[in-house]
Design a protein around this ligand. Structure first.
Ligand code: PLP
Length: 455
């Protein structure tokens, strides 16, 4: 092999190496909360990768389910065969999601789930005589995936300006941030105002043209685990119902137990969405998997009109479904949702103490183990580090040096703030939370030392 295909030499041929072409350590193995590189250095996986490794690494049940399924059949086209793992996974998902989400369409990740949800909504509108509805409103900032359809509904000014001409950028409404409020505002009144902005936008666009409103119920990386006041969820539901707009929850990051309930929508039972998407935790990082959950009533309407016209090669493949099923069984039988709720409280209280000792943490927020800390240059003024100044990117680097992996992105160069996601696997225990907070404290101390010139 080596002789037939001699190496061309020089840098590696992959083109997703990080900015500047800097090489990364090579991963060697991983177990539970920990990962080791080829040099034997150990890292604490404090953000579950990009918040997907919900069971931690090396889970035997999931690995064995994959091996067993592979030895039976890895792939069979959905158009030619039904497959048991697909049926079982859909059944389990319907049970876990509860009434209103009796039907599942399985895809291979979060962006595909966004695409599928939008296409389902549009096809549903067309077959119910609402062809005029096509606009999908979403929030600024937000993240719904990297494919061009998902980009059209993702709230990120930089992505919009790069791809605006090759996709159709949909209207945005403000995300209901709770940290930097205007003079005289409370979290509740700010949330009310954000919901009102949605209604104003629907009216301004012409409500008969609006198909859906898409939002992350508990924010992911784009807002740093943003949770609005309860009133927001209720108002948004009422507004969507009033204007005949479908409400879609993107639970790609917040779903599958991460916030302490299977769907984070369960925290607001009066505000149930019409469609929801999941990915990440559904397979806990053991295979690419995503899901679109809808009601039996809606799928019946589409079935009577010829069915949902959509699909990818890997949709519903038996191997991914068997792995997803095992991952969800582990979540349920290991009581990991209640652990997420309990450990989430402990983590938030430890992070709040850390915030009180640390100059650069302005806010701690989230639900369950979907948690983030907001990084500021000045706590009193709640200010963001200026462009070009070392900030969250440097903290991630200092964390890696100390053996802690953190997850961040400075959306729109920090226009809305910047944060570190602290979202460990749902298997995390109190000792490991101490370890994470201890390493974070060391990381912030090193950051301060660099800032004050005492490093
Ligand atoms: N939606 C949300 C809320 C996400 O956090 C992500 C990914 O981070 C996506 C959609 C896209 O998922 P994927 O990266 O699996 O395509």
């Amino acid at each position: 092999m080596k002789d037939s295909f001699p190496s061309v030499g020089g840098p590696i041929q992959l083109f997703y190496t990080p900015v500047g072409g800097k090489r990364l350590p090579t991963i060697s193995r991983a177990e539970g909360l920990y990962m080791w590189d080829a040099n034997g250095k150990r890292y604490v996986d404090a953000s579950s990768g990009p918040i997907c490794c919900n069971l931690g690494h090396g889970n035997r049940r999931v690995i064995e389910a994959g091996i067993e399924q592979m030895s039976k059949v890895s792939f069979a086209s959905r158009n030619l065969f039904e497959n048991e793992p697909n049926i079982q996974l859909a059944d389990l998902l319907a049970k876990l999601c509860g009434p209103g989400f009796e039907r599942a369409f399985i895809v291979s990740g979060g962006s595909e789930a966004t695409e599928g949800a939008l296409k389902f909504a549009r096809q549903y509108a067309v077959v119910t005589g609402q062809e005029s509805r096509w606009k999908v409103l979403s929030r600024m900032p937000s993240y719904h995936g990297a494919s061009l359809g998902a980009v059209s509904v993702t709230g990120d000014p930089e992505t919009e300006s790069l791809y605006g001409d090759v996709t159709r950028i949909m209207p945005k409404v403000p995300a209901p941030f709770t940290y930097r409020l205007e003079e005289g505002q409370t979290v509740e009144s700010a949330s009310e105002a954000a919901a009102k902005a949605l209604e104003d936008a629907i009216i301004a666009e012409g409500s008969e043209s609006v198909l859906a409103f898409l939002m992350e119920p508990v924010g992911g990386l784009s807002t740093g685990a943003l949770v609005a006041h309860d009133v927001y969820y209720k108002r948004v539901r009422d507004i969507c119902t009033r204007h005949g707009v479908l409400l879609i929850y993107d639970e790609v990051m917040s779903g599958a137990g991460r916030t302490g309930k299977f769907l984070s929508a369960e925290h607001w039972p009066v505000a149930k969405p019409d469609i929801c998407t999941l990915a990440k935790g559904v397979s806990a990082g053991y295979t690419p998997l995503g899901v679109i959950m809808v009601s039996a009533a809606m799928t019946d309407v589409l079935r009577n009109a010829g069915g949902f016209v959509h699909g990818h090669t890997y949709s519903a493949n038996p191997l991914s479904c068997a792995i997803g099923h095992a991952a969800l069984m582990e979540l349920v039988e290991g009581n990991l949702m209640s652990n997420a709720a309990e450990m989430g409280e402990l983590l938030k209280s430890e992070l709040t103490s850390l915030m009180n000792r640390c100059d650069f943490i302005g806010d701690v927020r989230g639900k369950g183990l979907l948690t983030a800390i907001e990084v500021v240059s000045d706590k009193e003024r709640k200010s963001v580090f200026a462009a070009g100044e070392p900030s969250v990117g440097r903290l991630v680097q200092l964390g890696i040096e100390r053996g802690i992996l953190l997850y961040t992105r400075r959306t729109a160069n920090g226009r809305y703030g910047e944060w570190l996601m602290i979202s460990p696997p749902l298997t995390v225990n109190p000792g490991q939370i101490n370890e994470i907070v201890g390493l974070l404290e060391e990381t912030f101390a090193a950051f301060k030392a660099e800032k004050t010139g005492t490093a």
